[in-house]
Structures are given as C-alpha cells and as structure tokens.
Design a protein around this ligand. Structure first.
Ligand SMILES: Nc1ncnc2c1ncn2[C@@H]1O[C@H](COP(=O)(O)OP(=O)(O)OP(=O)(O)O)[C@@H](O)[C@H]1O
Ligand SMILES: [Mg+2]
Length: 360
C-alpha cells in the first residue's frame, strides 16, 4: 500500500468510473484531512453521487485508488465492502424503514454490529437527543414531518459513532426555511462530533456554509477545489463563477480605445493584453448611475428584498442575446425603470476568452 495517505481521512487518486461505455468520472483526485468537511458541488449529472458511492463502497471504480484513514479500500487488487469501511451515510430520500419505529430505525446499524441490550438503548437515546428527537422515539417515520424524518436519518448515520459520514443532498427535499435551519444544525453536529464529512449538494450556499473545502465538479471532473472564501474571491473559470452565482460573465472585445461590450465602448478598465476576454461582474463591481450618463445601461427586471438591501436584476440594453446582471440597491427600484451602470474596474475578475466553436 502506498504510504502517502497517512493523515488523510479520505483520499481518492485518479478515479475513473464508467457505467457501461459512458464515462462519468474522469480522473478525480481529492484528499481531505481528518475532521474536515468537503462539499461536492455541481450541476445535476456531473457525477457527485457516483463519487460518493465509490467512497462508500456501493460501487467499484473502473480505475484509480481510494483510501480511508490511510487504509486502501479500493484499487485494482482490492475491494473493501461498505460494511467494513466504517462510514455513516445520509441519503436524499432518507431511506427510513417504514415498518420500524424511529428508535428501531436508529438502532439498526447497532443491531448489524451486534451491539445489544442496555448499551444499544443508551446509544440510540444519545443519537436521538443529538438531533432533538428523543420525544418521538416510538413513533412511526410516516408520522413525522420531512425535517424530522431527515433528523432520524442523521441519527441513524451517527449512532454507530463512525468517524466519517457521507451526505448525499440530505436537505434537498425540505423547504428553504427548514433547509437553512438544518444546515446550521448539521454544521454544529459535524463540528461537535469531530466528524469528517463529504457533503454532496447542488446548492452553492449550502456548500459555502458547511464546507472547509469545496470541490466544484463539472462533467466528471473537479473544476476547482478550494476553501469557500478562495472560491468566491478567485474562481478558476467563468463556469465556476457562473455555477457559484457570483455574478454575470460578459464577453468583451478590445481595440485601441479599450474594452467594448456588444459594440459599446466601456473604456480601458485594466484586464489582460488580449483582443477578447471574459469578465466576471459581481454586484459589488457595479454602481447605479443616472440613465444616459454611462456606456452600460439596463432595465430593472426584478427586485427582491434581502437582509438589508434590495437585490435588483437588470437586463442590459447593450446585450444581444439577453444578458442580466445583479446589483444591490439601498432603495427599492421600480420594475421597468431604466438605469445607468458604472463599472468599478478594480472589482472585476478577468478570464481568457472562451475558445470559440469553429465556424463552418
Ligand atoms: N446506474 C447507472 N447506470 C448508468 N448511468 C448512470 C447510473 N447512475 C448514474 N448514471 C449516469 O452517470 C452520470 C452521473 O450521475 P450521478 O448520479 O453521479 O450525478 P449527480 O451529480 O449526483 O447528479 P444529481 O445532482 O442529479 O443527483 C449521469 O449522467 C447519470 O445519468
Ligand atoms: Mg446525485
């Protein structure tokens, strides 16, 4: 076994996975230290669940190696089955057994591990206490709300005191308010138990809230692996920026006078020495100005009050096809209002122009 995995709770190297002829993971490299939470973030179908199932041992990779706590669990010559990997799992659909009570569901992993009697009861009670459900131990799962059912699934995942817990979109079936509460609770639980966790989600705010490291996945590969603040400050590509909903990515061209957008001159604004580039425009990189006084202008399409300011969606006049940007405003703006937009050039993030598809 290779020794370089010491100290990492989970380490995956050069993972390839195909279902039949369809390759869905293409060269995944990721490792994480003990006690950290890694979020796998990416659009539907990018391979998040597949990667999680490979770590869990529910699937075997086409090639590559996976180690848990320094022990190889999957490589060409070895496959350790899920029950021997010592992991807890929480699924999107809860996967509770309807014929067992809440306590019976939570007790199940202990039963499988041969833990019985008073110790089992005490551990089940402790796990249910942790998720605030001890009063409902005797109920049937069908008599619980969605959020409560998910708490039962979480109690079941931690009852055997695994060091590593895998979460596959555990909150996606809950409404937004409950999801926000549960994210905070889960974060506290993970920290309190000192767990190492992999957390699959397609919700960027969940990932940025919970994770120490976020792997942004795109079509079977990791597009960027970084701490949340680094991802937000330094997205590696326009796609990552768009997926994190950091702002609008505009395609600009440059001539001697500076940058232009949709044929409208914007000025020098810094940026790379190239005739074309992509630029990420976050809400903080735009200021509202009087209509007609700026090169960039638009029409207010939507206004939403958030925390202390209004999030305003503006459709740019200069764009074809349609392009919207987000700005923040202290005052409520009217739908349809026409405004000017000033660009704060030192808040822009530049990327090389995306390679154009060949024109036939
Ligand atoms: N058992 C299977 N057989 C064949 N193809 C599969 C199988 N499971 C998944 N796939 C395909 O593999 C790709 C990755 O699937 P996966 O479930 O890992 O995506 P995901 O990122 O978890 O997506 P979602 O956010 O929708 O859950 C998809 O294109 C999917 O259709
Ligand atoms: Mg999935």
């Amino acid at each position: 076994m290779t020794g370089d995995r010491a100290g990492n709770a989970i380490s995956a190297r050069q993972i390839y996975m195909a279902y039949g002829k369809t390759e869905v993971l293409r060269g995944i490299d990721v490792s994480m230290p003990q006690g950290q939470t890694l979020a796998l973030l990416g659009p539907s179908g990018c391979g998040k669940t597949t990667l999680l199932r490979l770590v869990a041992g529910l699937l075997s990779p086409t090639s590559g190696e996976i180690a848990i706590d320094g022990q190889m669990v999957a490589c060409p010559s070895l496959f350790v089955p899920p029950e021997k990997r010592g992991l807890g799992m929480v699924f999107q659909d809860y996967a509770l057994w309807p014929h067992l009570s809440v306590a019976g569901n939570v007790a199940f992993p202990l039963e499988m591990a041969g833990i019985n009697g008073a110790e089992r009861q005490a551990r089940v009670k402790a796990a249910l206490d942790r998720v605030g459900l001890s009063a409902m131990a005797d109920r049937s799962p069908s008599a619980l709300s969605g959020g409560q059912q998910q708490r039962v699934a979480i109690a079941r995942a931690i009852v055997a005191e695994p060091r590593i817990v895998l979460f596959d979109e555990p909150l996606s079936n809950l409404d937004r308010e409950l999801r926000e509460t549960m994210v905070a609770e889960l974060g506290a639980l993970i920290r309190g138990l000192g767990l190492t966790a992999i957390y699959v989600t397609h919700d960027q705010s969940e990932a940025l809230t919970l994770a120490d490291q976020v792997a942004v996945m795109e079509a079977g590969q990791i597009a960027q692996l970084a701490a949340p603040e680094d991802l937000v400050e330094h997205p590696a590509s326009p796609k990552v920026a768009e997926f994190l909903r950091l702002g609008a990515v505009l395609s600009l061209t440059r001539d001697t006078g500076g940058w232009s957008y949709g044929g409208h001159a914007l000025g020098p604004m810094g940026g790379p020495e190239a005739s074309a580039a992509e630029v990420l425009v976050t809400p903080r990189a735009l200021r509202i100005a009087d209509f007609g006084t700026t090169a960039l202008s638009g029409e207010v399409m939507a206004v939403q009050y958030r925390d202390t300011a209004y999030a305003v969606t503006v459709r740019l006049n200069q764009a074809a096809p349609a392009q919207t940007v987000q700005i923040s405003s202290d005052t409520r703006m009217r739908l349809g209002e026409r405004i000017g937009l000033e660009i704060v050039s030192d808040r822009l993030r530049w990327f090389p122009a995306r390679t154009q598809a060949p024109v036939h």
